[in-house]
Design a protein around this ligand. Sequence first.
Ligand SMILES: Cc1cc2nc3c(=O)[nH]c(=O)nc-3n(C[C@H](O)[C@H](O)[C@H](O)COP(=O)(O)OP(=O)(O)OC[C@H]3O[C@@H](n4cnc5c(N)ncnc54)[C@H](O)[C@@H]3O)c2cc1C
Ligand code: FES
Length: 264
Amino acid sequence: MPANEYLPFLTEIKEVIKHTDIEYTFRLTYEGAVKPGQFFEVSIPKYGEAPISVSGIGVGTVDLTIRRVGKVTNEIFEHYAGDKLFMRGPYGNGFDIANYQGKELVVIAGGTGLSPVKGVVDYFARYKEETKGMTLIAGFKTPKDILFIEEFSCWKQAMEVILTVDCADNDTECQIGLVTQYVPQLKLNKIKEAVAIVVGPPMMMKFTTQELLKRGFLEENIWISQERKMCCGIGKCGHCKIDDIYICLDGPVFNYVKGCQLLD
Ligand SMILES: Cc1cc2nc3c(=O)[nH]c(=O)nc-3n(C[C@H](O)[C@H](O)[C@H](O)COP(=O)(O)OP(=O)(O)OC[C@H]3O[C@@H](n4cnc5c(N)ncnc54)[C@H](O)[C@@H]3O)c2cc1C
Ligand code: FES
């Protein structure tokens, strides 16, 4: 009999990494195939479930970077290393590394949008010879909102990194400004062949993809990742459905050619 993909299983918290007051990474035991951009449904009995993207893949572990916003996520934050959580998944299509290999790659992330795409950044930081050059533009509201600050120094060894904040004191080491303003400055050899991934809040994705198209990127060379309210996560309940698209099943990662109609 096939395994029931709707059934939660127990996972143990190996480590909790604090980024900001309301954003922690939970490193959880997990054996099995998983891709960056896929998500798990994390559940707490009597509280509910929350879909959370994979932000890191280790040997026997996955990282889930969670923002504390409400009922379920508040309760997850009451758990510590050694505690157990229920989860089910991984669900969704995730990012396909093969789409970006051998190309000039630009990743543009806004806020917690860095989380689902971090696995792609980690991969090409490790295997930098697999791209023809990579640029990461990551934007946050203020310096205190920056996620994965330790990883940035490692990423800088392997790629061009622009870390920017919307506003800050003068003594910040970050750039100041929205991610969109760095698109015209991108140094690319063959723009029609370059590929880009854009993940972040809906408005950020909308304006950033517009900037990329203005720069000459082809629609089919841009990917986005969408977050929508979800329930089952496996294409059964229709909560995430827009027209004929199930975000949980057909996405959350979409090529812009299809995904542009989801950018409201
Ligand atoms: C595919 C996918 C991947 C996600 N990845 C992450 C992740 O990596 N890290 C992370 O912190 N969050 C992620 N989210 C959002 C996360 O699922 C919600 O923040 C969470 O479900 C809120 O649950 P809650 O019970 O704590 O909050 P609630 O008490 O249900 O709500 C608190 C607030 O959050 C809003 N909210 C609730 N659910 C969602 C949702 N699905 N999307 C947006 N807003 C919501 C509510 O409108 C309300 O304003 C993802 C969502 C999806 C669909
Ligand atoms: S969340 Fe149920 S169909 Fe997508």
